[in-house]
Design a protein around this ligand. Structure first.
Ligand code: CO8
Length: 259
């Protein structure tokens, strides 16, 4: 297992890999070394992992944004590169075959909110706070936030959040569909583990193909998306998991997946 300075990475026996951004003194702000470690941790994810959880260290924050101290003296070219690297890593996260869950216990601001948006879905504590405050410090959401927030909560609300920079609380984020569930702070990890376990018990190939079809479908026109889904459905029938899943149902027993 790779040792990191700014991350903690643990894989459970059931195949849930938890990547914790761990710089609590600066509310887990993302600087370049942290982003590069995140890239390496995502690269290291293999078939042993069935679900990826992204979390923040400490009690206060998921991630309070890109590291403002590190960005303050950027030249335009350095800013472009930082934005590009962030985009590449969040894109890589979004395209993992395994489902990804953001476990949000506190501030998810700026780049932290953008990290949430690069995950398949989020489960939050009642104390979580979401926002894109970049314009309050003279920049804009540069890790995909101008694009992904609109796709999650609709263009008008995304623009209000982006133009005002005013953060929203967990219940409002839930109402908008930015998070799937809001739970008490001390119940958060257990609830995320429960949802991850519900995914892990299903056919790995089917889950991966369902994720890919949903992602392609969200980006394609309806006819192409429908064709892709039909192909993905057919692909399931090349997998031993389909044979086992249907056989187990008919034999009234639990399936054993090969993946
Ligand atoms: N970057 C660097 N340090 C941070 C950050 C951050 N984003 N957020 C908090 N910290 C540090 C504080 O400076 C402070 O350090 P110190 O103890 O040395 O003074 C420590 O974390 C604790 O923070 P606070 O004392 O401020 O804690 P509070 O509870 O008073 O406030 C807040 C919490 C409201 C979350 C507050 O810290 C805050 O507003 N943070 C900044 C939020 C923000 O503006 N985020 C967006 C940053 S920009 C961004 O994310 C752009 C992404 C795209 C980049 C594109 C590339 C060019």
């Amino acid at each position: 297992m790779t040792a990191y300075e700014n991350l903690r990475v643990q894989t459970s026996e059931t195949g849930v890999t938890r990547i914790t951004i761990d710089r609590p003194k600066v509310l887990n702000a993302l600087n370049a070394p942290t982003l590069l470690e995140l890239r390496s941790a995502i690269d290291d994810i293999d078939g042993q992992t069935r679900v990826v959880v992204i979390a923040g260290g400490g009690e206060k924050a998921f991630v309070a944004g890109a590291d403002i101290a590190a960005m303050a003296d950027f030249t335009p070219l350095e800013a472009r590169k930082f934005s590009r690297v962030g985009h590449e890593i969040f894109h890589q996260l979004e395209r993992l075959p395994q489902p990804t869950i953001a476990e949000v216990q506190g501030y998810a601001l700026g780049g932290g909110c953008e990290l949430v948006l690069a995950c398949d879905f989020a489960i939050a504590s009642e104390k979580a706070v979401f926002g894109l405050p970049e314009v309050t410090i003279g920049v804009l959401p540069g890790f995909g936030g101008t694009i992904r927030l609109a796709r999650r909560v609709g263009p008008a609300m995304a623009r209000q959040m982006m133009f005002t920079g005013v953060p929203i609380k967990a219940d409002e984020a839930h109402r908008l569909g930015l998070v799937n569930e809001v739970v008490a702070p001390d119940a958060l990890t257990a609830r995320v583990d429960e949802v991850a376990a519900a995914i892990v018990k299903n056919a790995p190939t089917a889950v991966a193909l369902a994720k890919q079809s949903a992602r392609v479908g969200a980006e394609a026109d309806l006819a192409s998306a429908a064709t892709y889904e039909q192909d993905a459905f057919a692909l399931c029938f090349t997998s031993p998991d389909q044979k086992e899943g249907m056989k187990a149902f008919l034999e009234k027993r639990k399936p054993t997946w090969q993946g």
